[in-house]
Design a protein around this ligand. Structure first.
Ligand SMILES: NC(=O)c1ccc[n+]([C@@H]2O[C@H](COP(=O)([O-])OP(=O)(O)OC[C@H]3O[C@@H](n4cnc5c(N)ncnc54)[C@H](O)[C@@H]3O)[C@@H](O)[C@H]2O)c1
Ligand SMILES: [Zn+2]
Length: 372
């Protein structure tokens, strides 16, 4: 194993198909170069990315092109647009036309949308080729790149077609976050708060101490936070690789969050911002199920410090219908992920729909207050 500076962490995700090292920190891409170069030696490398990410940070990946036999950059659309069956089909055709073989390599270089599409394309091409995740957004570094879930959207629903295909490595270079728009940083930070609130109270304290520096995109400050959040996600994924149990803890804030995204037609609010509102609402349910008030207030206050954009006017009935359609809903009804105390979460089923309905009305009226 090559030596890394103090600022690079190497985590390991153990999963049913092997192990995935996760390298995190400032200039992690430089530290990972020898391993990636050896992995690429003599192979065709397909780099799936977007025009924006390539223009901003392609030079950080480019040195690896000298190690590969062939270096093929495949640009896809920016954002969620990339996650379509058509984009995947385009990639497969281009890879085939470029002579891709079963031992070709793929590098997914971009945000979560590029990672989900790239992983899916790699997982299906010739029944599966090896790939690495090089996530370039905070959300992708702490969440989307870890755990092997890949996929695309259908017109009828997000992430409706996909498969588990773990990357060979995840390389999360926090230097690239310096160019991330502040709104994207905030969106990813909601997921960090989510993990800290249910899984890592020490990380929660660090967020309380440094939130404004982190939101300014300081790569050195972000390094340990991305590492801790990635470690928290790795812990849950290892306990529950196929999302039957503990992994559902990661859905804290997502029950209402997904409904808000869907009710807004996936425009206006970013995913993390919608989840931020989902967390604020879940805290109300949690308070009436034994969550202590000081913990609720701390989680609430930290979300408020992210300064979420205003919640569009939404009809509670539309939100309830969207929650009922959520693919995470079971035949038996909705399961709410709630904090039991700071650093510990639990799954609660049987929350009566009249309680959710009444709670939602009150919440939509004043989302930023925590009722007495
Ligand atoms: N597979 C999983 O387990 C998992 C988990 C969570 C989310 N996701 C998926 O992740 C996707 C969202 O990912 P996201 O939030 O990263 O959004 P994204 O991939 O759409 O990227 C957001 C924006 O940031 C830009 N960008 C990316 N890196 C940049 C950089 N370094 N500097 C400047 N701009 C940059 C992109 O061009 C894009 O416009 C969703 O499709 C979601 O379903 C997957
Ligand atoms: Zn999320």
């Amino acid at each position: 194993m090559p030596p890394f500076g103090d600022d690079i962490s190497r985590l390991i995700l153990d999963h049913p198909d092997g192990v995935t090292p996760v390298l995190v920190g400032e200039d992690a891409l430089v530290a990972a170069r020898p391993e990636l170069a050896a992995w690429l030696a003599g192979r065709t490398a397909f780099v799936v990315t977007t025009a924006r990410v390539w223009a901003l940070h392609g030079d950080r990946l480019e040195p690896l092109s000298r190690s590969a036999a062939r270096w093929v950059v495949l640009e896809v659309e920016d954002g969620e647009e990339a996650k379509s069956v058509e984009s995947a089909e385009r990639l497969w055709n281009e890879m085939l036309a470029a002579g891709g073989k079963r031992d070709s390599r793929l590098l997914a270089f971009g945000g979560g949308s590029v990672g989900d599409l790239g992983g899916f394309a790699a997982g299906c091409f010739l029944r599966g080729i090896e790939f690495v995740q090089v996530p370039t957004t905070l959300l992708a570094q702490v969440d989307a790149s870890i755990g092997g879930k890949t996929g695309v959207d259908l017109p009828g629903g997000k992430n409706t077609v996909g498969l588990f295909h773990h990357p060979r490595w995840v390389v999360s270079d926090t230097s690239v976050l310096a160019t991330l728009p502040r709104e994207e940083l905030r969106s990813g930070m909601v997921e960090v708060v989510k993990m800290a609130a249910l899984l890592d109270p020490d990380l929660f304290v660090r967020l309380e101490e440094r939130m404004e520096t982190l939101l300014a995109g300081d790569p050195a400050a972000l390094g340990p936070v991305v590492t801790a959040a990635a470690a928290a996600k790795i812990g849950v994924v290892e306990r529950d690789p196929t999302e039957q149990g503990d992994r559902r803890l990661l859905n804290f804030g997502h029950t209402l969050g997904h409904a808000v995204e869907s009710a807004c037609g996936y425009t206006g609010l970013r995913h993390g911002e919608a989840v931020g509102y989902g967390i604020l609402f879940a805290l109300r349910l949690a308070l009436s199920r034994g969550l202590d008030r000081p913990s609720a207030e701390r989680i609430h206050a930290l979300i408020l410090r992210l300064r979420l954009p205003p919640l569009p006017e939404l009809d509670p009935e539309t939100l309830l219908a969207a929650m009922a359609r959520d693919k995470k809903a079971l035949e038996s009804g909705l399961v709410w992920v709630l904090p039991r105390t700071l650093g510990e979460g639990w799954m609660v089923d049987g929350v009566p729909s009249h309680e959710v309905q009444a709670g939602l009305r009150a919440f939509l009226h004043s989302p930023f207050t925590l009722p007495a």
